[in-house]
Design a protein around this ligand. Structure first.
Ligand code: SAM
Ligand code: SF4
Length: 471
């Protein structure tokens, strides 16, 4: 039998791309083994992000480096195929081949199940561009991960449950690159999570562009809400923790949302963190962004979530310098940061994206103003994140041990609130849920000591394979 060829796959951008990259690797597993480095690879796949200009441009610098490797490989008589997948592929299509002729294959996010087929045809001289939205559902045609591949990826996993978006925020490319909103059938998600649990996964994060808009068909013929799905998944043996991201404030209003908020009070497996992007604290800017909710709507949702679960860690995304944003609008954003007291947040300078309404709006904000506002916003966010972390000092909570830490003898896990926690502990505890007392606070993580024996032991099938990764 011939040696499997080597696949190097690199993900840019969001967790949905990480999930797609895993699925692509699984679908190619019959002929390719994953490698950590691009040199020596027979197939390089860049799974790209188009959300901001800088994210898209990164791909072209990466392709510059790949070109050198491909030239060197060709000199050794070893062909290397280069594929660009994901949202840049969808948005730029043929343009990628024009700018970077090193690329053999361009494949949009909805066609990734066709990758094995396209790879078999690629490299014959003419580059292939596959960016039509295909009629079939990619999830039905993607190979499921093998138990071994899942174990090697660790004890936490993402599962895409919803994809695409019909909301058309005026700054955002997602509706154009990922297509219309779809929810995967509930039964297929349950089977996938059961399979992950069998492989030793203990924590599952359900992901979607607007995950709380989930409305997948159940076996009973009814549309299941995200809350119903979470309740069902909490019954899967071996699954200890559930999270979901990213939520849209607009979908936190109504009957399904009430049920989701109630689940935070009732479901012990549902972890106390919610990522609910607000983007701006100004009603004027929210309207210009087409977010379809006001500042007051958002604060009312936060109040209801906190009523259900008082210790909830809230996080958000912010955009500064959207067209027309005045200093008064920005001050309203700073005020909402203080009012909510986020445990963390991502913040970005507005990046005009070709084809979106925002890109051609009047009153574009100069870059130096955006940079200055971003610095002030990040200082405010960091202050609240540090305060949230300080409140954890002295607390004891369960930590799911995930992997070796940076120091010898150290493990890294996550708190219920999603903070990384560093603990001196034996590698045999990877995959265990362990009570940890927080003794110190770092910039990006908490430090703790084991407070007791594991509440849930490590799965012996999982720990050795992770330990082999370097514990
Ligand atoms: N669907 C989610 C929502 O509506 O909140 C967000 C998904 S989007 C993939 C992730 C984040 O990227 C957004 O919340 C926004 O803050 C940021 N983003 C999107 N387009 C952007 C742009 N043109 N410039 C800067 N940031 C942008
Ligand atoms: Fe983009 Fe808005 Fe859709 Fe989120 S809701 S993916 S920001 S268009």
């Amino acid at each position: 039998m011939s040696e499997p060829r080597k696949l190097y796959i690199k993900s840019f951008g969001c967790q949905m791309n990480v999930y797609d990259s895993h699925r692509m690797a699984d679908s190619l597993a019959a002929g390719y083994r994953e490698t950590e480095r691009p040199d020596g690879a027979d197939l390089v796949v860049l799974n790209t992000c188009h959300i901001r200009e800088r994210a898209a441009e990164k791909i072209y610098s990466e392709l510059g480096r790949i070109k050198q490797l491909k030239t060197a490989a060709e000199k050794e008589g070893r062909p290397m195929l280069v594929a660009v997948a994901g949202c840049v592929a969808q948005a730029e299509g043929e343009e990628i081949i024009r700018r970077a002729p090193v690329v053999d294959l361009v494949i949009g996010p909805q066609s990734i199940h066709r990758l094995p087929d396209l790879v078999a045809r690629a490299g014959a001289g003419t580059a292939i561009v596959e960016t039509e939205f295909p009629p079939e559902d990619k999830f039905d045609h993607l190979a499921p991960p093998s138990l071994l591949a899942t174990r090697a990826r660790g004890v936490t996993a993402f599962v895409t449950v919803q994809e695409g978006c019909d909301k058309f925020c005026t700054f955002c490319v997602v509706p154009y690159t990922r297509g219309v909103e779809i929810s995967r059938p509930a039964g297929k998600i349950v089977s996938e999570v059961e399979r992950l649990a069998e492989a030793g996964v203990r924590e599952v994060t359900l992901i979607g562009q607007n995950v709380n808009a989930y409305h997948g068909r159940g076996a009973d013929g009814a549309d299941w809400s995200l809350a119903r799905l979470l309740r069902r998944l909490a019954q899967v043996p071996g699954i200890l923790r559930l999270r979901y991201t990213t939520s849209h404030p607009r979908d936190m209003i109504g009957a399904s949302a009430n049920d989701l908020i109630a689940a935070h009070a009732e479901l012990p497996a549902l972890m106390p963190n919610v990522h609910l992007p607000v983007q701006s604290g100004s009603d004027r800017i929210l309207a210009a962004m087409n977010r379809k909710h006001t500042r007051a709507d958002y604060l009312a949702i936060i109040a209801r979530l906190r009523q259900a679960r008082g210790d909830l860690a809230l996080s958000s995304d912010f955009i500064v310098g959207f067209p027309g944003e005045t200093e008064a609008d920005f001050a309203a954003t700073l005020r909402i940061v203080d009012e909510v007291g986020y445990a963390g947040a991502f913040s970005f300078k507005y990046s005009p994206r070709p084809g979106t309404p925002g890109a051609t709006m009047d009153d574009q904000v100069p870059d130096d103003v955006k940079s200055e506002r971003l610095a002030r916003l990040q200082a405010a966010i960091n202050g609240h994140a540090a305060a949230f972390n300080r409140r954890c000092l002295g607390l004891t909570f369960d930590v799911l041990m995930e992997k070796p830490g940076r120091l010898p003898g150290q493990l890294t896990g996550r708190s219920p609130y999603l903070q990384p926690v560093q603990v001196m502990a034996p590698a045999s505890l990877i995959g265990a849920m362990v009570p940890v007392t927080v003794t110190d606070i770092g910039t990006n993580s908490l430090f703790g000591v084991l407070a007791d024996t594991p509440r849930i032991e490590a799965d012996s099938r999982v720990a050795p394979s992770l330990a082999a990764l370097g514990a």
